[in-house]
Design a protein around this ligand. Structure first.
Ligand SMILES: C[S@@+](CC[C@H](N)C(=O)[O-])C[C@H]1O[C@@H](n2cnc3c(N)ncnc32)[C@H](O)[C@@H]1O
Length: 394
């Protein structure tokens, strides 16, 4: 199995620890059964000679979980930056967006819906969407979705852009024609090298499956693809790796956005949003389960944390706890700050946040990541599942 894990790492960067060796072993056994093979060595030989079989195995091990408007604040900020910052600076330009990995299409279609809903139909934009999985891309091209692709309570976009059919919710042609799908592996030599740079890149929930060396390679490649004044959005757990590779956090809470060092001289000009993209709803919350708005000092602490000023961020959280009493948000932020400084105390703070709010999604995800880093893969998986359940309840 070690040999096969190494092969997967070489080809798609997959760190076996991120999904668990048991998942890889199960996938290999299934593929062996397909050929009636009994000895892993024979399957290994087949893999070494058949690119087709390697692709089949990759299909069996990749995690294609995704949904529309996942981590919605990233879409809010994207839309606002596009409309209020990018287009005013490039009135005749075509805004170029990359969604990689796009999985079954929910992310790039959300980007298209966000722009169309914001009234940008007469503005020029193009969205390229790539993924290594041919199966996921086939689902994206078909654009008919089940309930799992729609999570949370803010689903007004579904009424506007989908039609309910016997097979599921079918996306309108108006949104579909704005996204171009292609198969691609971020780690392939010369990946998209001939394309002009992208103004916005969404590369979310991919780096978490890579080991640190592969994260570095992937981030260097993403920086090459990103325009000098471009913005890269990553997943909630991925910002620390990105900042460690020299990109700069844009300091936009809960958006997980960053830019090249020296690419922007000042933070992106974002005012606080009155509502989520395409929804008539209250402003975004700190956690999906936290109905209280984030207190002002913690907002400031988060901005310090996003910008790497960890001591300042920690001091504000401590002061807030001392003056206002225990708060899940303050403990969670303290956990993030400790995590960013590689302090093993981080998990204690995440747990305190969970004690106060047992369904605190972000705290559950962070605990899973800390546990995974320390090799406690099974415990990590339990927290990851709890996080998924917490998320699907919203
Ligand atoms: C969890 S999904 C993320 C989808 C979406 N970005 C999101 O955040 O919801 C991860 C995707 O990464 C794709 N993937 C894995 N390794 C890849 C690679 N080396 N190059 C391109 N895509 C890859 C998988 O096929 C899978 O669809």
């Amino acid at each position: 199995m070690r040999h096969i894990e190494a092969l997967l790492r070489r080809h798609i960067g997959l760190d076996a620890a991120s999904v668990g060796s048991a998942l890889i072993e199960r996938a290999v056994r299934l593929r062996m059964r397909e050929y009636g093979l009994e000895k892993p060595d024979t399957y290994r030989d087949l893999l070494a000679t058949s690119r087709e079989e390697l692709m089949q195995l990759i299909e069996a091990v990749v995690v294609t979980e995704t949904w529309f408007f996942r981590d919605r604040q990233s879409f809010n900020i994207f839309t606002q930056l596009a409309l209020e910052d990018w287009w005013p600076r490039h009135p005749a330009g075509t805004l170029r967006v990359l969604s990689l990995p796009c999985s079954s299409g929910e992310e790039p279609y959300s980007l298209a819906m966000a722009l169309l809903d914001a009234g940008s139909s007469d503005l020029n934009f193009s969205i390229d969407a790539l993924d290594i999985s041919a199966l996921a891309l086939a689902r994206a091209e078909r654009a008919v979705y089940g309930k799992n692709s729609f999570r949370g309570r803010e689903l007004a976009f579904r009424d506007r852009h989908f039609r309910l059919t016997k097979e599921g919710y079918a996306l309108s042609a108006r949104v579909r024609r704005n996204v171009k799908f292609e198969r691609g592996n971020l780690l392939d030599d010369g990946f998209l090298a001939e394309r002009p740079p992208y103004d916005f890149i969404f590369c979310r929930n991919l780096l978490i499956y890579f080991d640190s060396a592969t994260q570095v390679l992937a981030l260097d490649r993403l920086q090459q693809l990103l325009a000098d004044d471009g913005i890269l959005f990553v997943g909630p757990a991925e910002l620390p790796a990105v900042v460690a590779r020299g990109l700069v956090s844009a300091g936009l809470p809960m958006a997980f956005a960053c830019h090249k060092a020296g690419g922007r001289t000042q933070p992106a000009p974002v005012r606080s949003l009155k509502s989520d993209v395409g929804e008539k709803s209250p402003p975004p919350k700190l956690s999906r389960e936290t109905s209280a708005a984030i207190p002002e000092p913690l907002e400031v602490a988060r901005q310090h944390a996003d910008a790497g000023r960890l001591a300042e961020a920690a001091a504000i959280c401590e002061a807030q706890l001392a003056s206002a009493g225990p708060s899940a948000q303050a403990y969670y932020l303290l956990g993030l700050v400790k995590d960013a400084g590689n302090d093993p105390e981080a998990i204690t703070y995440y747990r305190k946040a969970l004690y106060l709010e047992p369904n605190y999604y972000e705290a559950l995800v962070q605990i899973a990541l800390v546990l995974k880093k320390t090799g406690a893969v099974d415990a990590a998986r339990l927290y990851q599942r709890r996080a998924e359940r917490a998320h699907s309840r919203t």
